[in-house]
Design a protein around this ligand. Structure first.
Ligand code: 2AM
Ligand code: CA
Length: 268
């Protein structure tokens, strides 16, 4: 299978989907909550996932799709080609702010990330990359990231992980926040990962993310020398929820060995 053919195809699907999402902003959204009141989904999340699936199934019938809204395949392993798709990452932003949401896509072959994309819909910027082929912001090749220290770092983290919680030891997080240069929270994991890839953030972490939130970003991160693991310093589980950290080299080790101590990883 020609990777360039899949890459060109994926980019054109993403651009068309983004155009449709933008066009939808003038009509009224149908909003539902999923497991909890803060876990939202709209008709546009669903329609966008269905748009991808219809096209992929027609043009690459042997490829499988692992999508957040569940219209794709029942994925229990990553054999063959699997498209891990979040049609709208940052749905709360999409609803409340109409800003800072993204299409996140990773294409994996036998469990190895070969293509990754994060499309910031309102900014109209495409971050794309391929295994050993580098990462690009639109058509511009991104440089490798340089190491940094905790004291000089601006870290992406959601405030809910800094109140006492069942996932991480609280003292370490407080210590981290007192030490870093600054923290930011954007509300879209894919955009926060894209900020690490482009050097706007030095690290981003979350106590709970799903495979489609991170699959595209992981391909991109690798191409600029960022380090990705879960918060137990293990390879990420791409079949279920896991904790997550992406950071510049050097910083990653320091964050996990000195500050962030996992109590309990999300159920897989
Ligand atoms: P979403 O918008 O696609 O749901 C918000 O901080 C980030 O975490 C978003 O990328 C959001 O993705 C993701 N997220 C929100 N709730 C989640 C959950 N219960 N499990 C995993 N990821 C979640
Ligand atoms: Ca989503």
């Amino acid at each position: 299978m020609d990777i360039y053919k899949i890459d060109t195809y994926a980019k054109s699907l993403i651009k068309e989907a983004a155009h449709n999402i933008k066009a939808s902003l003038t009509s009224e959204l149908i909003i539902e909550s999923k497991s909890e009141a803060n876990d939202l989904v709209t008709n546009i999340d669903k329609e966008t996932e269905q748009f991808f699936i219809e096209h992929i199934k027609a043009d690459f019938p042997e490829h499988r799709i692992f999508g957040e809204e569940g219209f794709g395949d029942d994925i229990k392993d990553l054999a063959g080609y699997v498209w891990l798709l979040d049609p709208i990452d940052g749905t709360t932003n999409f609803i409340h702010q109409k800003h800072n949401f993204a299409i996140s896509l990773g294409i994996y072959k036998d469990g190895v990330g070969i293509l990754g994309y994060i499309y910031n819909v309102m900014e109209d910027t495409l971050l794309s990359g391929s295994l050993n082929g580098g990462a690009y912001l639109n058509d511009q090749r991104l440089p490798m990231l340089l190491p940094t220290t905790v004291e000089e770092a601006v870290v992406g983290i959601n405030a809910r992980w800094v109140v006492p919680n069942r996932h991480v030891h609280h003292e370490g997080m407080v210590n981290l926040l007192k030490t870093v240069r600054g923290t930011r929270s954007l509300g879209s994991a894919a955009i926060e990962i894209s900020y690490v890839v482009t050097g706007r953030l030095d690290a981003y972490m979350s106590m709970r993310l799903s495979p489609w939130d991170v699959a595209g970003g992981m391909v991109l991160a690798k191409e600029v020398g960022a380090v990705v693991t879960n918060l137990a310093f293990e390879h990420l589980d791409l079949l279920g929820a896991d904790s997550f950290i992406v950071s510049k080299p050097g910083l990653h080790d320091q964050l996990l060995s000195e500050y962030i101590k996992l109590k309990q990883n999300p159920a897989r």
